[in-house]
Write a protein that binds this ligand. Structure first.
Ligand code: SAH
Ligand code: SF4
Length: 370
């Protein structure tokens, strides 16, 4: 099997080139060709010596996930379904907004953690993605967004993806061996050159992973809180039984020592009659006194498998009043706009339906959704 060069961050690439007897600057050149200039073939790397190109052709590949679905919602949110092997597909979602473009990437096929309201969790866990499969989502998004506007060279257009969030399928802090090199490529000047503040990892609260991320590659951190006390959080986010709120808040404070931003974003899914009362909001105010934070309220996105579980999206007015309690206490609180409706591109809906169908039929995913 040829080595997939998308699995390497800058250091990894240099080490592999050293093994070939090639100088570090050759590794840097190839890294830039692949990630900065979007080359998907060695033949395109015209300033490399012919014999080096031949060596690369023989020993290496630039292996990308296969695009099996590409759909755009009325609000221009665009979702790609990416096949990573015969049995698994993951999704990446691009959300254009004024002045920025956010790519939401997946880190695992499925998830082990089984949060009550999450479609990915309901699918069970299949496997960790590789670095190539994670960075491949960004590589492909840049390529495909470039083709669509097609207004000249990538350099002139500038980057389309200005922000990356790990809020697709999977728990990134349970796959750090692959996620950290992918993060380094996102930050690397010679690759994507994104600032640490514009790359956000979202976790359900895997404390050892938070400490490792802080030590090895601190980027912006979002924590899926979803409940203001352990009794409720134990039910909604089962990993809370292992890492309860007090320990989680302590880990947030340790993270903030290294973080590129001086706050943690707490995500909070709004579930009607479950976690959305004014009392819950006041409990959150007490939590916020212990960590520098902002709140992002996410209206629950229902999906098929959740029917019958009694989970519903909080009415708009209830979300507004909940936000008001937090804001009156001086806490920055935003409510996430629901994006990508009609193409199932919202949080917690990613790839769920396709995976379910695939499993039932027991065949590889070949479907392309318009
Ligand atoms: N595993 C990580 C990152 C992926 S999920 C985590 O849990 O943080 C990204 C965000 O979407 C998390 O805050 C998650 O709780 C939220 N989410 C999951 N399912 C959802 C749903 N059906 N509706 C709204 N938000 C959901
Ligand atoms: Fe996994 Fe995050 Fe979904 Fe929980 S919300 S099941 S941690 S992907």
């Amino acid at each position: 099997m040829p080595v997939n060069l998308l699995d390497f961050d800058a250091k990894g690439m240099e080490a592999w080139f050293a093994g070939l007897g090639e100088k570090p600057f050759r590794a840097r050149q190839v890294l830039a060709w692949i990630h900065k200039r979007g080359a998907g073939e060695f033949a395109a790397m015209t300033d490399l010596a012919k014999d080096l190109r031949a060596k690369l052709e023989a020993k290496a590949s630039i292996g990308l996930p296969e695009i099996v679905g590409d759909s755009t919602a009325a609000d221009d949110t665009r979702k790609w379904l990416l096949k990573v092997d015969g049995a698994n597909a993951v999704e990446a979602v691009f959300i254009p907004e004024a002045g920025r473009g956010t790519l939401c990437v997946s880190s695992q096929a499925g998830c082990t953690l089984d949060c009550a309201f999450c479609s990915t969790g309901k699918q069970g866990f299949n496997r960790n993605l590789t670095t190539a499969e994670i960075i491949g989502q960004l590589w492909l998004a840049e390529k495909l967004l470039g083709e669509r506007t097609n207004a000249g060279s990538r350099a002139r257009q500038g980057r389309h993806v200005s922000n990356v969030v790990f809020m697709g399928m999977g728990e990134p802090l349970l796959n750090l061996d692959a996620v950290i090199p992918a993060l380094r490529l996102m930050l690397e000047d010679n690759a994507y050159g994104l600032s640490r503040r514009r790359v956000t990892v979202s976790t359900s609260g895997v404390i050892p992973g938070m400490d490792r991320l802080a030590a090895e590659c601190p980027v912006a951190l979002a924590v899926s809180l979803h409940a203001p006390n352990d009794a409720l959080r134990d039910r909604l986010v089962p990993i809370n039984r292992k890492y309860p709120i007090a320990q989680l808040l302590a880990a947030c404070n340790r993270y903030l020592v290294h973080a590129p931003r001086d706050f943690i974003t707490f995500e909070y899914v709004m579930l009607d009659g479950v976690n959305d009362s004014p009392t819950h909001a006041r409990e959150l105010v007490d939590i916020a006194a212990r960590v520098r934070c902002k709140f992002n309220l996410i209206p629950f996105n229902p999906f098929q498998a959740v029917q019958g579980l009694g989970l519903h999206r909080s009415p708009q007015e209830r979300i507004r009043r909940f936000a008001e309690v937090l804001q009156r206490a001086g806490l920055t609180t935003t409510t996430r706009k629901t994006r990508g409706e009609g193409i199932d591109a919202a949080c917690g809906q990613l790839a769920g339906e396709v995976q379910d169908r695939t499993r039932r039929r027991g065949i590889p995913i070949t479907e392309v959704r318009a």
